[in-house]
Design a protein around this ligand. Sequence first.
Ligand code: ZN
Length: 469
Amino acid sequence: MINASKGSTRGFTRRGFLGGLATAGAALTGCGKASRPSGTLPDQQEFVIRNAYVMTMDDALGDIAGGDVHVKNGEIVAVGKSLQASGAEAIAGEGMIVLPGLVDTHWHMWNTLLRSLSGDVSERGYFAMSPGVGKLFTPDDMYQGTRLAAAEAITSGITFVHDWCHNIRGSEYADANLHALHEAGIRGRFSYGTAQGQPASEPVNLADIERLQRGWDLNSNGGLLSLGLAWRGGTSEIARQEFDTARRLGIPISAHAGIAEPGQIGSMAKAGLLGKDVQLIHATAVTPEEIRAIAAADSPVSFSPFTELRTGFGFPQTSEFLAAGIRVGLSVDTTGLSGNADMFSIMKLIQNIENARALNEFKLPARRALELGTIGGARSMGVDNLIGSLKPGKRADLIMVTTRDINMAVFSDPAHLIVEAAEPSNVDTVVVDGRILKRNRKLTAIDADQVVREASAAFDAVRKRANWP
Ligand SMILES: [Zn+2]
């Protein structure tokens, strides 16, 4: 059992909460009705944003200067000019760019508790630090790290996260992570992984993945979250067993691959371990043949340029992947290395890397980089039917970015402004599934002071337990 933390979780244990939900969910499976999300979240509101610069990121709808977006029951019901929306609350959009919520495609959210703790020598670097401290984590530390990450995502305009959870030391760790995502009201995929330091000879806890999936109607937080496998990859018997189980359960797979040297992705392709449900992360060390194999299998990819550069993995080959028609998304990876979760900077970095590699100022246009951070990320996660663009019928995940801050003035080219000038502090409003989770630059469902205070206490304690300098 896990003791609930103070605040909104008071009064029940996290294990009991989700365990109970899972049981109830099993009973409900088959009725086709998703649960309501956590009771602490704001209601879905009907509102219309008026007179904003709307970047739909939809090819047919394009940009709409002086445009409106009408949201009802968590869905975008109309996008255009001077919309009829009687009864809907009007939100002033003057001076704002409205765009789809930013989409992260791979993030070890738990280790946001270890932000910027990766040192400058190998015994203090990320790959020593993450298991060195991670193995001392309690379930509550998982909750604290993931809640801090989710709060940062929402405050920074990221409305979808791929929580690549690779420190599950028991079922209560998975439950604690999920609980943090529930409370935040964010959309995403929870990919279930191993524990830090777990030997390769020991498979991921497949029975626990099946437990969660049985109760997923309720674990999904009203349909906001889906379940996946955070796979270690490879072609060993255990890797196969994990892969085959995920396929049998019908859950998507994601793996770090093609990092140290070319060959790994080629081996996976030969072994039949690629596919549209198998996302590849980093893939910085690949041959042209491997890129062709990824395209042929329709495996999506996730690039994390800040951590790829910070660790010396090398440069993502964005242009080559895009030219091959591969679905490309961008990601935070870990704030243990990247420092923060600023998707604006990630988009800018990916643009600048491409232009530098090509010695060409025009290689990757800003609007293409913005696509990678929105609809491209949604394609990488296989959720572009739901999110990633502002189009009637899609779920209402959107952000409003002010153009009236000093670093955003003057209003010139909106795509260049978002990719090159914007930063998280310019995000005024964040909406997920029609719920306003940030408004007037303040989080509505999360007490930011409490999140920082409790995460700091948890970090101090686990650092001490791990005897980490
Ligand atoms: Zn990673």
